[in-house]
Structure formats: C-alpha cells, structure tokens
Design a protein around this ligand. Structure first.
Ligand SMILES: [Zn+2]
Length: 293
C-alpha cells in the first residue's frame, strides 16, 4: 500500500495480487538479457527475481480522492470469477474490499470507476457474486469505459465461441451495462475540469490514459501501456499481450515524453514497490525516479 499526493489529491494503491509473475522474455519477447543485468541494482528484488528469471509484478487499483469524488482506477481480478485457464485467478477469495476499507473507502463511497482498458485484470472487481448473479460492487458509481475499447470487445464477443477476456467481458463488463451504470466515454467526456481522458491505442484498441491536475501538479494513470519498469528504459519493447505491438511502442514513448514535459507522476497498473514515479530523459530513452511508498 502506498499513498501519494498530487496537489490536493490523494492517491492510494490497493493491491489485489502481487508477487512473482512471468518469465521475463515471455512477457517481453524483444527483451535483451544484458539490459536487465545492467539495471539489476534497482530491478532486484522488487521488480525482478534474477534466480528464477521472472518479473515481480503487482495487480492493483489506484484510489483517487479529491474531496468531492472517490475514483477507482482499474479493478484488478475480483473474487469468485471462473478463470479455469489461469489457476491463480480462478475462483479467487482475495481481501481487496477489506484493503479498500482499510484506506477508508466503503464500496458505497466510490463515485467513479475508470477502467483504462477492458482486459481481465482491470475489470474484475467491477462486479461481485450475489445470490448467483454478478452485481455491481460499487452501486453508487458511474463506471467509465472507453467507447472505442468497449465497441471493439463487444464486437469480438459476438464471434462464435468467443469468451472475451477469459469470460471477464460477460461477468465484469456486461452486468454493469445491464445495470445502467456504464458511461461510454470519449476524450471530451465532461468528467471534471481537473481530469482528462485520452486514448493511447496499441496495447488494446482504445486504451485510455487518465490525467489529473491539482495545484500545478499532475499525475497520469496509464494502465498497461507499460507492464514493467524496464520498459521505461526500453520503450520499444512491447508485451506479448499487446494488440498492436508497434502502435503500443509508439504510445508508450508518447506517454513517457508527456510525463517528462509535464513533470507528471506516472502511475501504471502493474509496477511493484511504490508502483509509480517521475520520468526523466536518459540515454535516448528514459529513466524513473521512484516515488516513496
Ligand atoms: Zn493488466
């Protein structure tokens, strides 16, 4: 758990699942082992298990409070979901909601849920199982989904035999739409003057970056435009989960440049340790100064 302050806004990290994840080259097919070795001093142990050659990662939500709104950015895996092909995610019984309460947020307090994109590990807590039905976990929230993103996956789900997001589209997205709580957003959605939404496609067709401003300070929530901090140092390396790896690499560089230019705090969805930091130019690419947890 970590808390950050951006102007008058507080940002808490609430973790659903963290620990050892993918084999390095499995996540990042273009990875050059020498680059990991050259950065081992800061990658180990928070971000890389060198002995097993696997990345250490986290699946977390960011809880944003500005005095008027309580905004949950991405909703991780969820409990009780049928994910038979992903043993660690299958019928989970995690303590995410207790952790949310521990930072002072009851599910009823959440005013907005923003999903940066609609992959299985970003929508799970949108719903919970009650009396055999998937119902919204945050009954008073508006759930913001990118219009392009939703349209793409809704179309995919229509294909014969489709099971979009290992079932997540049907158990964690559609019930929100059916409950009338979904709002399909574009760049010009009038959320709040201090909050911006912008599409950075590539990881998925409509991946959103959510920007916040307060008292001259800024933060950008980038979802999975980066999965691992080594991609700050090598933004050309896209993950095996990217829908269009080339486009993803170009969006990644663009978001890193934006964070440098605006001195903005970068908050991705899967970095370990404090999970966020400030970006600086470095040897033709970038480096990260970690925010304290
Ligand atoms: Zn993800």
């Amino acid at each position: 758990m970590s808390v950050q302050r951006v102007g008058d806004i507080t940002i808490d990290k609430v973790v659903d699942l963290a620990g050892m994840g993918f084999v390095t080259k499995q996540l990042l097919p273009d990875l050059e082992p020498d680059v990991l070795e050259a950065n081992a001093d800061w990658l180990c142990p928070d971000h890389w298990n060198r002995e097993k050659n696997r990345f250490n990662m986290s699946i977390h939500s960011w809880v944003v409070r500005n005095g008027r709104q309580t905004i949950l950015i991405d909703t991780c895996l969820g409990n009780d979901k049928e994910r038979p092909d992903r043993p660690f995610w299958h019928r989970r019984q995690g303590d995410f909601l207790q952790q949310l309460r521990a930072v002072g947020v009851q599910p009823e307090d959440v005013t907005h849920v923003c999903c940066t994109h609609l992959h299985v590990d970003h929508v799970g807590w949108n719903t919970q199982l009650k009396d055999g039905r998937w119902v919204p976990t945050f009954p008073n929230a508006k759930y913001l989904f990118g219009r392009t993103e939703y349209a793409h996956w809704a179309e995919e789900q229509k294909k014969p035999g489709a099971n979009v997001g290992d079932g997540a589209f049907l158990d964690s997205v559609v019930p929100i739409v059916d409950a009338g709580l979904a709002v399909m957003v574009d760049k010009d959605y009038d959320f709040d003057r201090a909050i911006t939404l912008e599409e950075f496609p590539g990881h998925t067709p409509g991946s959103l970056v959510i920007g916040l401003q307060s008292k001259g300070e800024e933060a950008h929530f980038i979802g999975d435009i980066m999965h691992h901090p080594i991609q700050v140092y090598r933004p050309g390396w896209s993950s095996q989960f990217c829908w269009d790896p080339k486009m993803s690499a170009s969006s990644r560089r663009r978001v890193l440049e934006l964070c440098v230019e605006r001195k903005s705090l970068l908050l991705p969805a899967h970095f370990g340790a404090s999970g966020c930091g400030h970006i600086h130019p470095h040897q033709g690419n970038f480096r990260i100064d970690w925010a304290k947890g």
